[in-house]
Design a protein around this ligand. Structure first.
Ligand code: NAD
Length: 259
């Protein structure tokens, strides 16, 4: 069987941890040459080491995707070191502990979350799209969240607003580039067991408030999201653009959760 990303170059942001790291190794095992970008340089290098040890091809880039020139550096690494750009997995995101209710979230936290989670996605698209066009087209996968579709059980206004923005932005992007060979879809994961949720899950009260809303009764695993990302990144989803793929253990389908 042909590898599902054979001959493609994929950029993955936030590739140093959680969903991004698992996706980077999965995409590489499916034949992609990978740019693993992360604001934590060593984490990006560790992901690349895993890929190379497994026989894959990857380069690490230390970059803060909320900075225009650093986002551009990531795409330059794809074109100059790996020869093109076909898949852009905009996965990097943050969920600070002091992101809470409407009245108590500090404005500086709001700005930081918006800059990374929303503006960062746009900056990476802005920097990557010309390279994607030059490479003959491609697929953009933006990570939103189930909270872009329903309100969260624990207050986190900045994060939720940023992910709603990612979803709306992805639709605009999809329509603008539909006839130019670039597809764009959003992924909406439910709660996934990764370092991002560590703080929230450490508090038994907040953890239970999350779990009680998941029909499957458990958190997701990073590979369960990475496999959905692989589908959207590959040509298997060739007639999909502007969609929101929900990977949430049934949260958004349920009005009441079964016992
Ligand atoms: P994670 O914290 O394990 O990994 C996120 C990675 O992004 C980290 O390596 C971090 O260093 C990197 N990063 C943070 N800011 C960055 C920046 N400015 N520039 C470049 N890299 C940066 O988190 P995760 O759970 O794997 O999350 C991945 C994505 O999935 C995020 O967009 C997150 O919002 C989304 N998501 C996660 C969950 C969940 O429950 N874990 C649910 C829905 C959506």
């Amino acid at each position: 069987m042909t590898a599902r990303l054979a001959g493609k170059v994929a950029v993955i942001t936030g590739a140093g941890s959680g969903i991004g790291r698992v996706a980077a190794t999965l995409f590489a095992s499916e034949g992609a040459a990978v740019v693993a970008a992360d604001v934590v340089a060593q984490a990006a290098r560790d992901t690349v080491e895993q890929i190379v040890d497994a026989g894959g091809r990857a380069v690490a880039v230390a970059a803060d995707i909320s900075d225009e020139s650093q986002a551009a550096d990531v795409m330059t690494a794809a074109t100059q070191q790996l020869g093109g750009l076909h898949v852009l997995f905009n996965n990097a995101g943050i969920f600070p502990g002091d992101d809470g209710g409407v009245l108590d979230t500090p404005p500086s936290t709001w700005d930081h979350v918006m800059n990374v989670n929303l503006k960062g996605v746009w900056l990476c698209c802005r920097a990557g799209i010309p390279a994607m066009v030059d490479s003959g087209g491609g697929s953009i996968v933006n990570v939103a969240s189930f909270v872009a579709l329903v309100g969260a059980a624990t207050a986190q206004v900045a994060y939720t607003a940023s992910k709603g923005g990612v979803l709306a932005f992805t639709r605009e992007l999809a329509v603008e580039y539909a006839r130019k060979g670039i597809r764009a879809n959003a992924l909406c994961p439910g709660p996934i067991q990764t370092p991002l949720l560590e703080e929230l899950l450490a508090d038994p009260d907040r953890r239970n408030r999350r779990l009680v809303h998941i029909p499957m009764g458990r958190l997701g695993r990073p590979e369960e999201v990475a496999r959905a990302a692989l589908f959207l990144a590959s040509d298997e989803s060739s007639f999909m653009t502007g969609s929101a793929l929900v990977v949430d253990g049934g949260i958004t389908a349920a009005y009441v959760t079964p016992e």
